[in-house]
Design a protein around this ligand. Structure first.
Ligand SMILES: *Cc1c(COP(=O)(O)O)cnc(C)c1O
Length: 386
C-alpha cells in the first residue's frame, strides 16, 4: 500500500492509464486541427473527435450531434444557463433550482438574477433530496428552466430526475441536469429522464482536466454567445482540445463497460468504511440519505471534533473537510446548512470520496487512522463529553 491515500474523488479523479494511452498519440503524432479540411492531419483529428462524440453520446443514450465539447462542467453550465435565459426571455424569466447546487450553478444564477431573472431555490429535505411536489409548487406560468444536479458533490445524494423530468416536460420547462458527479457512476439516460440539457466533466470520471461536455436535446435552442471559429455549432468557439476530447470519450467508454461492477465494488468499500467508523466511534452522524446516494460517497460529522484539527491528524490521507466549500472559505457549507446541520456539527464533518483505484487495505488503514484521531481529539476537546 502506498501513502498518501487518495480518498477525495469528488474533487477530482486520477486519469485512468487506459485513458492516457488513448490520448498520447494525439499530442505529437496526430496533432492536427480538427477543423482543417484540406489534409490528413485534420481528418485524423476530426475522426478522433467524432469517435469521442459517439462514446459520450452512447453513455447518455443521446445522438452524437447532441453532444458539444467544452472546457469542463463549469463552462458547460455557463453556456446552458445563459443560453436558455436569453433564448427563452420572451416566455419568461423565472428559473427554479435547489439550495444544494454546485457554486458553478448558484453563482451563474446570481448573475442572471442581477440581470432581471427571478430565481427560486427549492429547499431539499434533511436527507438531501428534493421533493418533486415542492418543485411543482414552485412552478409558475413564466418558469422557463429547472436546474437540478444529478448527484451532489459533498453528500453524494441523488435527485429524482425521472419525476422532475416528467414534471418539467409537462410544464414546458427546460430541464438542465448538472451530472458532473453522476456520469459514469450511475446509469443515466437523457430520454428516460426527459433531460433537455446535461453537463459533465472528464476529470470526475478518470479523464483529463479542462475538458467536458454539454448535451443539448435536438429541439432545444440556446442563444449563441460565443464568437470566434464556429466550432461546436457556434456554442463553444475555439480550436478543439483533441487529446482531451479523446480522453473524455475513452473515459466514457470504460465507464459504460465497467459501471455495474465498479459501483458494486466501490459501494462495498464505502460500506466497510462506514461500518468500521460506526462500530468503533460513538456520536457520529452521516449527512444525507444512505439509500439515494453515490456508491463512493460518505460525509460524516464527528461531534466534538474540529474538522480542521482532524484533517491535520490525517496527514497521509487525502480527504476534504465537509464544512468548507473551498479551503480558503471558512463559511460552513451551504449544502450541510441546507440539511439543517448546525454550524458546529458542519465544522466537524469530513467528506470521503472513494473511487476506482481504492483498495480494501486502504479502507482499513483509513478506519484505524480516523478512529485513533477522533478518539484522541475528543479526549482533549472541551466541546465533547463522553
Ligand atoms: C466538479 C463539478 C462541477 C465543475 O466541473 P469542472 O469541470 O471542474 O468545471 C460542477 N458541478 C458539480 C456537481 C461538480 O462536482
Amino acid at each position: 500500500m502506498q501513502l498518501p491515500i487518495y480518498m477525495d474523488c469528488h474533487a477530482t479523479t486520477p486519469v485512468d492509464p487506459r485513458v492516457l494511452e488513448k490520448m498520447l498519440p494525439f499530442f505529437c503524432e496526430h496533432f492536427g486541427n480538427a477543423s482543417s479540411r484540406t489534409h490528413s492531419f485534420g481528418w485524423v483529428a476530426e475522426e478522433a473527435v467524432d469517435t469521442a462524440r459517439q462514446q459520450v453520446a452512447s453513455l447518455l443514450g443521446a445522438a452524437s450531434r447532441e453532444v458539444v465539447f467544452t472546457a469542463g462542467a463549469t463552462e458547460s453550465l455557463h453556456i446552458a444557463l445563459h443560453g436558455i435565459a436569453a433564448a427563452r426571455k420572451q416566455q419568461g424569466r423565472h428559473i427554479i433550482t435547489t439550495n444544494i447546487e454546485h457554486k458553478a450553478v448558484l453563482e451563474t444564477l446570481e448573475l442572471l438574477r442581477q440581470d432581471g431573472c427571478e430565481i427560486t431555490h427549492v429547499p431539499v429535505s434533511p436527507d438531501g433530496v428534493v421533493a418533486v411536489e415542492d418543485v411543482e409548487k414552485a412552478m409558475r406560468p413564466d418558469t422557463i428552466l429547472l436546474a437540478v444536479m444529478a448527484a451532489n458533490n459533498e453528500i453524494g445524494t441523488l435527485q429524482p430526475l425521472k419525476q422532475l423530468g416528467q414534471l418539467a416536460r409537462r410544464r414546458e420547462v427546460t430541464f438542465l441536469v448538472d451530472a458532473a458527479q453522476a456520469i459514469g457512476k450511475i446509469p443515466l439516460s437523457v430520454d428516460d429522464c426527459a433531460i433537455d440539457l446535461l453537463t459533465l466533466s472528464a476529470h470526475k470520471l478518470y479523464g483529463p482536466k479542462g475538458v467536458g461536455g454539454l448535451y443539448v436535446r435536438r429541439r432545444v435552442r440556446l442563444a449563441i454567445a460565443d464568437a470566434g471559429g464556429g466550432q461546436e455549432r457556434g456554442l463553444r468557439a475555439g480550436t478543439l482540445n483533441v487529446p482531451g476530447i479523446v480522453g473524455l470519450g475513452a473515459a466514457c467508454e470504460i465507464a459504460a463497460a465497467e459501471m455495474p461492477e465498479e459501483s458494486q465494488r466501490v459501494g462495498a468499500l464505502r460500506n466497510t468504511l462506514l461500518h468500521g467508523l460506526e462500530s468503533r466511534l460513538e456520536d457520529i452522524t452521516i449527512n444525507g440519505s444512505m439509500e439515494k446516494r453515490l456508491a463512493g460517497n460518505l460525509n460524516v460529522s464527528f461531534s466534538g471534533v474540529q474538522g480542521e484539527s482532524l484533517l491535520m491528524q490525517l496527514n497521509d490521507i487525502a480527504v476534504s473537510p465537509g464544512a468548507a466549500c473551498d479551503s480558503a472559505n471558512s463559511e460552513p457549507s451551504h449544502v450541510l446548512r441546507a440539511l439543517g446541520v448546525s454550524d458546529d456539527l458542519a465544522r466537524s464533518s469530513i467528506r470521503f470520496g472513494l473511487g476506482r483505484f481504492n483498495t480494501a487495505e486502504e479502507v482499513d488503514y483509513v478506519v484505524d487512522k480516523v478512529v485513533d484521531a477522533v478518539t484522541r481529539l475528543r479526549k482533549v476537546s472541551p466541546l465533547y463529553e463522553a
